[in-house]
Design a protein around this ligand. Sequence first.
Ligand SMILES: Nc1nc2c(ncn2[C@@H]2O[C@H](COP(=O)(O)OP(=O)(O)OP(=O)(O)O)[C@@H](O)[C@H]2O)c(=O)[nH]1
Length: 249
Amino acid sequence: MSKKDETLRGVLDSDEKNAHWGTIGVALIVGLITLFVFIFVWRKGRVSRRGICLVGLCESGKTLIFSQLIYKKAVESFTSMKENVGVLDIANKGALKLIDVPGHERVRQRFFDSYKNTARGIVFVLDSFSLNKDIRDVAEYLYTILSDPVVSSNRPQVLILCNKQDHPLAKGPQVIQSVLEKEMNVLRNTQTNQLEAVAEGGNRKSFYLGQEGKNFEFADIRSLRVEFAASSAHTEDLESLKKWLQSVA
Ligand SMILES: Nc1nc2c(ncn2[C@@H]2O[C@H](COP(=O)(O)OP(=O)(O)OP(=O)(O)O)[C@@H](O)[C@H]2O)c(=O)[nH]1
């Protein structure tokens, strides 16, 4: 090869290298821009979600909690068929929109569906005295909420509020957590079997709550932070709920 050819080859090699680095540079810039856009959209979505949904079975005490928080007094309530919406000012954190979703089976899903996208937090209220009797219904409703695709994608914080602690036979949050975990475990097995049966016929994908190959525990739901607290709306003891709201706002 002549000297001229070698020089030409060297120039071509360095052009190739430059083009190679150029491609890497462009890919890096595009990747970074995509990441920034993703973070911006995600943060904007989270910041703009200011709703707190109060959900739970009928008679668990949602409306009394709602009126204690919003009107600072008890308001006599009947089984609600419509939601209550109020604005809650949290010191140094701005306003939250509190939504009391009716517990009646016929309407609760419809109302939850129309507010779940705005939820920054979900408070699942249960009656700590009647839990033994209602355990199946409570676990089913809670399971439906926690495995909702919008909930697992938006990842609102979840508080399971063990209300009616003033009742002498009320169970405490720790006992309630373990009773609920056992029931959710049974429910998960049933639901998984049913979904698998459906999937064999069609192509429906099953959603698994918690960790596979292990008994159900709330701590294993990776997409959600689930906490427990006690309250008595009747004696106006809502301190744990107020603290949680302050941390979520
Ligand atoms: N002892 C006791 N009773 C309570 C407590 N919280 C609510 N209640 C009573 O439980 C009943 C039901 O309360 P609501 O607030 O209407 O229940 P809810 O969950 O809104 O019920 P739905 O509107 O049917 O979904 C009322 O008689 C309340 O006074 C509590 O902490 N202790």
